[in-house]
Design a protein around this ligand. Sequence first.
Ligand code: NAD
Length: 311
Amino acid sequence: MARAKLRKDETHVTKQRVGFIGLGSMGSAMAPRLVGAGYEVAGFDLDRQAVESFAAAGGKAAGSVAEVGQSCPIVLMSLPTPQAMEAVAAGPGGLREARPKIVIDLSTSGPRMSQSVARRLGEAGILFADAPVSGGRAGALAGRLSLMVAARAETWERVEPLLANFGRTFHVGEAPGQGQMTKLVNNLLSVVALAVSCEGMALGAKAGLDPQRMLEVINASSGRNSATLDKIPRSVLSRSFDFGFSTALSSKDVALCLEEAEAMGVPMLMGSMARNLLAVTSARFGGECDFTNMARLFEEWAGVKIGGAKP
Ligand code: NAD
């Protein structure tokens, strides 16, 4: 991989310019944090409304990926799919042609796509870090995400102060894709925990237990997990089903995880079940529905509501 040289004055000045591509559920919460931290941030999204909202939050509206890449030495991406990330990073009119110094992928893109994009950007002298995040939109808004970063040591040193604006940073390795692999394992655990928690809560509700009280007990006991602590009280008991993560994106994460596991010959029983549950959630409520709607499946099967006013 060609070693790109980075001039200090381009990355260590106080009012540093950075680009942010993908201003969706996560990007629209993360990019304004950089504005708040004093960076000059150029934002682009295919959705003009998202760009206008970002400009209203103090960002600079950009008209294309190329414009962002040409005007900013560091560009961050928060994009929905590996294919979208590849197109922005290495496709026609993308960052590979625009030649920023460093590209950081905050999306969940999978290890293999990260490796492929890192290689193609490296050939153009562009440094790459995969830095997928965990913590949801609420964590992004509060600057309390965890970031799983794979980057060469010198790239890590340069990007860490920028990424620290989003939350807690972990350097998990130097090889491209290692951040992605960490993220896929994390999300496997997260979605399986959501599924089994919905199943258990539906059973308890049918047995006449108060869901709120059940959660209080579970969260003080050995069954607690990210669904009982956060997703179920916030988005299921309230009946808002608005955690901020779509069923389609969760399905993508699990599919990427299963693909990696299959390639490595590792059986994934829980992962396969989670994939099927997400497929049923999507068939029942639509792929764009929040993945906490999975709770409604268990409610329908049990003939009970886990909480709130209406099913
Ligand atoms: P999202 O679908 O809400 O946002 C993605 C944005 O990217 C959209 O605004 C879309 O218009 C834009 N986009 C798509 N293709 C583009 C292109 N070619 N050029 C410019 N913009 C483009 O997704 P999200 O929930 O913000 O998630 C973003 C990434 O973060 C995903 O990879 C997801 O898996 C990951 N993630 C999400 C969460 C969460 O809770 N939402 C948590 C952790 C990680």
